[in-house]
Design a protein around this ligand. Sequence first.
Ligand code: NAD
Length: 306
Amino acid sequence: MTKVLVATEKPFAKVAVDGIKRIIEEAGLEFALLEKYTDKKQLLDAVKDANAIIIRSDQIDAEVLDAAKELKIVVRAGAGYDNVDLAAATAHNVCVMNTPGQNSNAVAELVMGMLVFMYRNLFNGASGSELMGKKLGILAYGNVGRNVARIAKGFGMEIYAYDQFVSAADIEKEGVKAVASRDALFETCDIVSLHIPKTPETVKSINAELLSKMPKGACLINTARQEVIDEEGICKFMAERTDFKYATDIKPANDAEMAKFEGRYFTTPKKMGAQTAEANINAGLAAARQIVDFIKNGNEKFRVNK
Ligand code: NAD
């Protein structure tokens, strides 16, 4: 029987595990669970006879793929998949998928929450300013970016977006203004919210030179990836531009140094954009459905190692 293993060092909520199990078993597949493992050996042992694996931030490297002789598919419940060695998976003839879009609303709501927090002086009681009428720039108009735009419309913001791979026409048909370049987005907008993936091109791409194009009183929000920020650069920049605000849910490596910008710098203690009950459940259930569809129908729609 086809065996589907849920291997999560940090477990899904129980309701998500129950839902995944139901989807797997209703499709006539076998369900197995490895949670809260503390040693890689436990993972290597559990994957031995698995045909499919659902993971979260778990590392699937060449050693795990070598041990998983029967493996056909790995689904990362979530958007980012840099915890899976794609080249090794392709070499092992293993299909890798993510579950795009399932946690996008959660991240987008956090972006808007952080914006209100920053413009109301970290809720210190002092007079702040409103989001209505402010120019919001969305860098990368993917699943999260689109949800930010949808919610920001309700705040009455003027919304701009740039995406290297989404056409201006596609952006504009949703009532969002497309700008011609990434730099133009930073020049135009009071606020930029980052939704780019981590790629060789985007690593450290958000640097002082780019931020210096933003108008007075500007704010940067990062819920994308830590690596896209030039952390040393932003620290120097904030020391010079005392009007600039920065909020993130991805604690910078130089957090202790950034703490000196108290009142206009904020980080959550740990990454939390997708940490909602709803997102946790949605991503897990989507992963189970994608595995069933792959095994029964060969559907590879969400494959990322093409
Ligand atoms: P997505 O794949 O739906 O969208 C990414 C978009 O980026 C695509 O539209 C793509 O065309 C665009 N893009 C790629 N390279 C670009 C570039 N160089 N310049 C401009 N646009 C570019 O992804 P998503 O679900 O919207 O997620 C966006 C980011 O948010 C990812 O980095 C993801 O890891 C991160 N994320 C963070 C959390 C969190 O908890 N903070 C949760 C989920 C996702």
